[in-house]
Design a protein around this ligand. Structure first.
Ligand SMILES: [Zn+2]
Ligand SMILES: [Zn+2]
Length: 346
C-alpha cells in the first residue's frame, strides 16, 4: 500500500491520542538506561559484500580494508552465503573482530526483501511467502531462530517495503536508515518517505526500533566515486564491554549505539530530565544538533559541542541528529519517556 507519509503519520498520531491521555497524566521523564560500567565505544560496519556474492574483492582484502582504517569490528554479509570468519582467523586480534553474518536475500513480486543476520553459525536459507509482510516476517523469524540479530536493509531499494509493512513486522529492532549504496533512495521522494521520516513514523506509532548506518560496500577496486558502492560511508559505534560478537550484537539489538556517516560523539548522557551529548570536533568542523520528537518534530536546535535537551513534559521520545559542516550526520538513538506506549501491530 502506498500512502502520503505526512497524513498517514498524522492519522496514527490522532489514533494514539485517546490512549495516551489517560496513561500520560504525569509529565514525561526519560527512562534512564542502566549504568554501563566498563564499556567503551567500538566502531563497526554490519553490511559488506565480497566475491563470495556480488562484491569485487575477496574476503581477506575486504576485512583488511576495514582493519587498516581502525574499525573495531566488521560483518561480511554476502547474499545467501556464509562467509565464515573462521577462514580469516589470522586477521583477528585484540584490535579487530569479524562477526559472522549473512544478507538473507529474498523477495516478493518486484519487492526486494533483504535482511542481515548478525551472529550466525551457519547459512540461513532465504524464505518465501505469499505476501510482502509474510516474506519479511519469515526472514526475521528465521534469523531469530538461529539466535542471530536481524536488521532490515534498504527498504527504499526498488521502493520495496513501505512504512505500514515495516510497522507490522514483529521481533525486529534494527532498521537501515542510511545505506551507502548509490541506488537505495535513503532520502525518499515523490510519494515515498525517506528512511529518517519512516523511522519517526514507526517510533511515533509505538514500534521501538533503532536506526543503523551501513556501507553495503561492493566496490573496493578502481576509482571511488559517488555512483559506486564503496566502503567507509556509514557505520555504527556501539557501547560494549568487550570486542565480543555476542556482546556487540546484543548491544545493537538493545539500542546501545549511535549511527554515523561522519560526526564522532564521545558522550551520550541521559537523566530523568535531560539528554546531553559531547561531540568530538574534527579539524575546524562546525556542528548543528537537532533534537527530534514524535512525528519527526524538531523540538530544539543546539549549535554547541555539548548540545543538550531538557524535557518539556509532553514528549514520548527524543532522539538527536548531529550534522557537521560537510553535511555528514550522526543519529543518536531515541530515548523513550514514561509517556511512550509501545504498541504491537494489529
Ligand atoms: Zn541488499
Ligand atoms: Zn547488501
Amino acid at each position: 500500500m502506498r500512502f502520503h507519509f505526512r497524513s498517514a503519520a498524522l492519522l496514527w498520531a490522532v489514533a494514539g491520542t485517546a490512549i495516551a491521555h489517560t496513561a500520560a497524566a504525569q509529565p514525561a521523564r526519560f527512562l534512564v538506561p542502566a549504568a554501563a560500567p566498563g564499556t567503551r565505544w567500538l566502531k563497526g560496519n554490519t553490511h559488506t559484500h565480497t566475491t563470495n556474492s556480488d562484491g569485487d574483492t575477496g574476503p581477506e582484502a575486504v576485512a583488511r580494508w576495514y582493519k587498516n582504517r581502525k574499525y573495531d569490528f566488521l560483518v561480511l554479509s554476502d547474499h545467501n552465503v556464509f562467509t565464515d570468519p573462521a577462514t580469516l582467523a589470522s586477521l583477528m586480534d585484540s584490535t579487530f573482530l569479524l562477526i559472522p553474518g549473512e544478507e538473507v536475500t529474498t523477495g516478493f513480486q518486484k519487492a526486494a526483501v533483504h535482511v542481515n543476520a548478525l551472529g550466525i553459525t551457519r547459512v540461513i536459507a532465504a524464505p518465501r511467502d505469499s505476501t510482502l509482510l509474510g516474506t519479511v516476517q519469515k526472514t526475521v523469524d528465521a534469523i531469530r531462530a538461529e539466535r542471530a540479530v536481524p536488521h532490515i536493509n534498504h527498504p527504499n531499494f526498488l521502493w520495496s517495503i513501505d512504512t505500514a509493512t515495516l510497522f507490522r513486522v514483529k521481533n525486529d529492532r534494527l532498521l537501515e536508515i542510511f545505506n551507502g549504496h548509490p541506488t537505495v533512495h535513503n532520502i525518499g521522494g515523490g510519494d515515498w518517505p525517506g528512511m529518517e521520516d519512516a523511522w519517526d513514523a514507526l517510533l511515533t506509532r509505538g514500534k521501538k526500533i533503532y536506526g543503523i548506518a551501513v556501507d553495503d560496500a561492493h566496490h573496493f577496486q578502481g576509482e571511488f566515486a559517488k555512483a559506486r558502492a564503496n566502503p567507509g560511508r556509514g557505520w555504527v559505534v556501539v557501547r560494549a564491554r568487550s570486542r565480543d560478537a555476542r556482546e556487540i550484537v546484543t548491544a545493537l539489538d538493545d539500542g546501545r549505539f549511535y549511527a554515523s556517516t561522519g560526526p564522532v560523539v564521545d558522550e551520550i548522557n541521559v537523566t530523568e530530565s535531560t539528554l546531553a551529548l559531547t561531540i568530538t570536533r574534527t579539524g575546524d568542523f562546525k556542528y548543528t544538533t537537532q533534537f527530534v520528537g514524535a512525528s519527526g518534530e524538531i523540538l530544539a536546535t543546539d549549535k554547541s559541542l555539548t548540545p543538550s535537551y531538557r524535557l518539556r513534559g509532553t514528549e514520548t521520545y527524543v532522539r538527536a541528529r548531529v550534522v557537521d559542516s560537510s553535511g555528514a550526520t550522526a543519529w543518536i538513538q531515541p530515548v523513550f519517556t514514561s509517556r511512550y506506549r509501545e504498541r504491537a501491530a494489529p
